[in-house]
Write a protein that binds this ligand. Sequence first.
Ligand code: AP5
Length: 212
Amino acid sequence: MRLILLGPPGSGKGTQSARLAGRYGVPQIGTGDMLRAAVDAGTGLGRQAKAYIDAGELVPDELVVEIVRQRMAEPDAAAGWLLDGFPRTAEQARRLDEVLEQSAKEIDRAVLIEVPDDEIVRRLGGRRVCAACGAVFHLDWKRPAVQGVCDLCGGRLRQRSDDAEETVRERLRVYREQTAPLARHYEKLSVLVAVDGRGSVNQVFDRIDGVL
Ligand code: AP5
């Protein structure tokens, strides 16, 4: 199974792709997660990516395409994968098409998760992430037992650098300008399905699983 999850920031791509990866037995390849790991590790890639991420802008195509290409070449991705947050530009989509063509493979589905802007700002504004284990909490609907402390490992909870409201608005602008037009590309390939991303995580999962 080769899947792409498309959708604005905060639409639930990461949440749903973790579940779908388990359901379909393929690795989740999340470019945001890989880039943040590189930032935390202080690698050359991380140092280059940090300023773009903090500003809500896209990291240059050549950096992102390369990490995805390397990850897709690992043995666990031979039988399929789930791309979360990639492609995000026309150039990234073109490069992905190229890689697939070279290996005579095709995308099975591109799932577009649709969520209105006000819901996105609410979701991302309240998100807190454990600095140690990556567990995700929310100030309104998934509060930790002790404020600022992870229920799972006792790590410190922090707000993602790009979840400040102003940066979220910029991420939405960038999404509309550069990523939203990709839906048309996958529509032309007859693999696009749009899913309502409102409602509970389980409801959205069932909708996606239903169309797959
Ligand atoms: P990335 O990490 O990919 O950020 P994003 O797409 O903006 O995604 P988010 O993680 O904010 O949202 P999501 O849709 O995954 O939703 P999630 O499940 O987390 O990228 C970050 C940055 O890295 C980019 O801005 C860019 O700089 C760079 N980058 C990454 N990929 C790149 C690329 N290909 N090219 C160039 N640059 C790239 O959920 C969000 C919140 O909502 C969570 O709190 C969650 O618990 C909650 N939630 C989820 N589902 C529900 C629900 N149904 N109901 C209520 N709450 C929900």
